[in-house]
Design a protein around this ligand. Structure first.
Ligand SMILES: [Zn+2]
Length: 289
């Protein structure tokens, strides 16, 4: 398999040029059966579109035909091929277009793609389980790769990729890598779990604080056991003179006043003043005037 690198210039819509980790390989077919619609034609198309820079939001990392592979975008960068916006298809998968031009040999193109996929498995520690169809990512479920899907050959194609890998890198090695990858995933999951547990603990502590605050606030509103500084003198005096008595058990300073209570307090105040006059022996005299 011959790999030709024809990397296109960075442009906002064709090669955005941002780096993202790669978790998947996304398989497409060009759906262009015209004569000459081979890998080079699709590489040239991207080159032209990148230079024109007129809002053409289509790109892919590789195009493969029966003779060679063209690479247009570095694998680690994102590309607009999966139809899922800022989703994992465009950001985290490597897009491969398989050519279906009628003057080409599709079966050979499949074999060449399998070889490319094997190299990407190796390079990015990916495996069969990371293979995706454009259909899987597409927001409108595009029927792509069409020929493979319509003929029910997806699993067969994945087998071809596995065979290509085994031939190149050895089955034993692959198994070892898969195990390592699984272990790595386990580690990542464990870390995530730890992070979540920490977050949960933090939230729980915050919740406790808030609940305690609420309880404190409620306590104050209900019992008002301690008078405020500015009312202390008045409360002490009125309590000592029996002007306010509460319900016999406690005096609730936050309790609302009604007509009856107000009348009683006014009556007690008058009686209190009366007593004061009596003490001064002036009251009767004053009262009979
Ligand atoms: Zn596609």
């Amino acid at each position: 398999m011959k790999l030709i690198k024809q990397i296109i210039p960075v442009s906002s819509t064709v090669r955005p040029g941002k780096i993202y980790p790669k978790y998947y390989i996304c398989i497409h077919e060009t759906d262009n059966t015209s004569k000459g619609a081979n890998a080079k034609a699709h590489a040239d198309l991207l080159m032209r579109k990148a230079r024109e820079n007129d809002g053409y939001y289509v790109s892919y990392h590789f195009a493969v035909d029966d003779r060679c592979v063209y690479q247009m975008i570095p694998e680690k960068e994102n590309a607009y091929h999966a139809g899922d916006g800022k989703g994992p298809g465009n950001l985290n998968s490597i897009g491969i277009e398989i050519c279906v031009n009628k003057d080409g040999d599709f079966e050979k193109a499949l074999l060449n793609t399998a070889e490319l996929v094997a190299d990407l498995y190796k390079k990015f520690s990916l495996w069969r389980g990371d293979m995706r169809q454009h259909y899987d990512f597409s927001s409108y479920k595009k029927n792509c790769p069409k020929t493979i899907r319509n003929s029910g050959r997806w699993e067969e194609f994945l087998d071809m990729c596995d065979r290509a890998y085994d031939k190149k890198y050895g089955a034993g090695k692959k198994k070892e890598e898969e195990e390592l990858k699984a272990l790595e995933k386990c580690g990542k999951l464990e870390k995530k779990l730890n992070d979540l547990t920490n977050k949960l603990n933090k939230l729980s502590t915050e919740n406790d604080h808030i609940r305690q605050k609420l309880i404190n606030k409620q306590d104050k509103i209900i019992t008002r056991e301690n008078p405020f500084e500015w009312e202390k003198e008045a409360v002490d005096y009125c309590v000592s003179q029996g002007i306010i008595k509460g319900d016999g058990e406690k005096i609730d300073l936050s309790e609302p006043v009604n007509m009856g209570k107000m009348t009683v307090v006014i009556y007690r105040v008058i009686m209190h003043i009366k007593k004061w006059f009596v003490k001064k022996e002036d009251f009767l005299k004053y009262n009979t005037k």
